[in-house]
Design a protein around this ligand. Sequence first.
Ligand code: G6Q
Length: 551
Amino acid sequence: MAEAAKALVTRRPRKRPAWRALEAHYKKVRELHLRHMFADDAQRGERLTVEATGLFLDYSKNRITDETIELLVQLAEQSGLRDRIDATFRGDKINVTENRAVLHIALRAPRDASILVDGHNVVPDVHAVLDKMADFCNRVRNGEWKGFTGKRIRNVINIGIGGSDLGPVMAYEALRHYSERSMTFRFVSNVDATDFAEAVHDLDPAETLFIVSSKTFTTLETMANAHTAREWSVKGFGGDENSVSKHFVAVSTNAKEVAKFGIDTANMFEFWDWVGGRYSMDSAIGLSTMLAIGPDNFRAMLDGFHQMDEHFRSAPFERNLPVLMGLLGVWYADFFEAETVAVLPYDQYLKRFPAYLQQLTMESNGKHVTLDGKEVTYQTGPIYWGEPGTNGQHSFYQLIHQGTKLIPCDFIAFTETLNPLGRHHDMLIANVFAQAEALAFGKTAEQVKAEGTPDWLVPHRVFEGNRPSNMILAERLTPETLGKLVALYEHSVFTQGAIWKIDSFDQWGVELGKVLAQRIIPELESAEEPPLNHDSSTNNLIRRYRKASHG
Ligand code: G6Q
């Protein structure tokens, strides 16, 4: 990088010339209404669109002008985004606080690619695990892998939490259409025993396989559930511990702990410390996904991820889907001061997609200091939330249309349905288009009056409009499309992290949660009244619980 460019990158984000220019530019744009921007520019709805890898993004209903995009792209350049992308794909340790490379892109690299971590090409390792997973999945799916009593496996339960749960759950739901319908897939994450109890209540241990998914294999919730599962399973075989090897497999980076738990490491599927939990659904953590949809569909999903990786790496910023979406997010978070983003998939199969994105976006960019440890002076990651349409329309959309908060929306829809029944799909798509239109253009007092509304009611029925949204359209929800969609958001999060100069790949807030409860558990369980040294509220709550549960 040229010296001058380097000097800009080292500046604090708000001191970059493009950020300053955007501050001035914002003052003009905030006064503009989408209604007028569209009226003044007949081509806007066609011009402000990008299509790549089969995903079409219409970003014309955003509160932007051509100049906004130019300035945002300059901001990306002045933030060193190009270098950050190259550093990531090169395997540099860009996760500085954990001194780790960030290489989920290697999980979907083709066999002949070479990506080095400390001089070692990790791509053959990735494919060796994928091949092992495929072989295992084929054997379970065709009945060759039998349970301890010789019955075939009909039920699969993934035990994991956070990144070891949300991706598998989301992908299973999203790709259910492609799943092996003769098998049942369930997911246990919560340490609340209800989660486990409900998951197994109607299952036969002889037909049930548990996948214990944990990068560290030390996570409290997962280990508690895994031990409970082992007791439940072994009991089903009259206490015969030899059954474990037929009914438990592990996905982890920690072979030692896996062996200690009693799972043969031959039945362990490996991944690596350069895969972050929330970026791991396409690693061995996706074993339940592969069991459900089969190895070929899983590889198609990886191919979708890879296509988006290549687009992100090579497309110019102004035509780059993840970069554009990331920059628009920065525009709303830092200039309009929007606190949240709603993700609204108009596809029932994507019902867990917003929950999945919550972790991806908020765990990655919920940070308050820069890479060099300085307090940020601007907003970082917004709150992501959402529900599938059209359901949300009958509840919280009210606030998006007429509330006092600005909520940029990402609509996601498919031109073809996987379940063509009558006119359902046309009705669904009519709704998503209508919502984006209504949010942008609203309804003026004149229009409301012209409908014969009495004067006193007019203000209540006015829609201000000027509510921004993106529309992401794809042809069909396939494994490949899902891979592209997830990678789109992964790289959009990355883009924002680069602008905000934060470490999008650590999660100290989550680590904190992992240790906090450890101190209180013995205080709840000890037979003797324990000395308590918390604050008076926590002490009181502990005493109250002890009294109630110890009788
Ligand atoms: C993800 C987070 C977190 C993690 C879980 C489970 O990025 O680090 O959600 O995935 O805490 O951790 P284990 O896989 O180690 O059990």
